[in-house]
Design a protein around this ligand. Structure first.
Ligand SMILES: Nc1ncnc2c1ncn2[C@@H]1O[C@H](COP(=O)(O)OP(=O)(O)OP(=O)(O)O)[C@@H](O)[C@H]1O
Length: 256
């Protein structure tokens, strides 16, 4: 069997804001096809890690490789290549408030392709259908959508360029449990159907049990473990034990 292909490789990452160190000597690998959950206490630097991988934060030290490129050595063309092969769903959805649903989903295609307006429109309609929204949503503005619908539109936009790698920052935060479970199912189904590799920050234990292949745990400025939830349940690390074997963890385990 050939070695799995690494789409993300982080080595010795140092992240600082002023004299505060968020990550020190952090390593993480994400392999093609993997659905990775990223967990950790509040303020452990999950979003900072995501931002360092997608290039929104420059590390103070260490290396970040994405899709085979070393971030520190990327040309503008390399950065474009990475951007078109990567989708990101930010925590608040980050939709353009002045644009309709269909124009929001079309926007990455308008920016990054030379396709005609008609083709872009058709593709945007397909992506919107893919995330379970009907044509009646096409002309609505973000303010007219429910939280769950906004997340779906954000996901459709993240998928607009058929990415290989999808980043999700707390995709189910703010959704009710039924909406969150439906969103989990959607992410798992899309990742299976499209062969996506997924890096998903979450606080949602149900999501971890429902859709991840592996979970990376941030604590003590590093990734202290990357393993299946079943393996993590046996960990000796105090934060991991509390998280997975505390009352909420046990409930999520029973529901899975
Ligand atoms: N631009 C910034 N300037 C200064 N400090 C920052 C900045 N961005 C993040 N931080 C700090 O870095 C730390 C990690 O933040 P981050 O948002 O990555 O945490 P998180 O693990 O995603 O937390 P949460 O689960 O609460 O969203 C926090 O202490 C935060 O205050």
């Amino acid at each position: 069997m050939s070695a799995p292909e690494r789409l993300i490789e982080v080595r010795g990452l140092l992240s600082q804001f002023g004299d505060r160190t968020i990550h020190e000597n952090l390593d993480l690998d994400v392999e093609r096809g993997e659905v990775l959950g990223v967990v950790g206490g509040s303020g452990t630097g999950k979003t900072v890690l995501l931002n360092s991988i997608i290039g929104l934060k420059e590390p103070e030290g260490g290396t970040v490789r994405i899709l085979g490129y070393d971030r520190a050595e990327m040309t503008e063309a390399d950065a474009q290549d990475v951007e078109t092969r990567t989708g990101v769903l930010f925590q608040q959805g980050a939709l353009f408030s002045a644009l309709s649903v269909i124009d929001n989903v079309a926007s990455p295609m308008v920016e990054h392709t030379h396709l005609s307006r008609d083709v872009i429109r058709e593709l945007a309609e397909m992506k919107i259908a893919m995330v379970g929204l009907g044509p009646e949503s096409h002309h609505l503005k973000p303010a007219e959508l429910s939280g769950g619908m906004r997340k779906r539109v954000g996901l459709a936009r993240a998928l607009a360029l058929d990415p290989e790698l999808l980043f999700l920052d707390e995709p189910t935060a703010g959704l009710d449990p039924i909406g969150a479970a439906a969103f989990d199912d959607l992410i798992r189904q899309l990742s299976d159907d499209l062969g996506l590799t997924v890096f998903m920050i979450t606080h949602d234990l149900d999501s971890l049990y429902a859709i991840t292949d592996k979970v990376a745990v941030l604590a003590d400025k590093q990734v202290v473990a990357k393993a299946t939830v079943q393996e993590l349940e046996k960990s000796d690390h105090p934060w991991i034990r509390e998280y997975f074997l505390g009352p909420r963890g046990r409930a999520a385990n029973r529901a899975a």
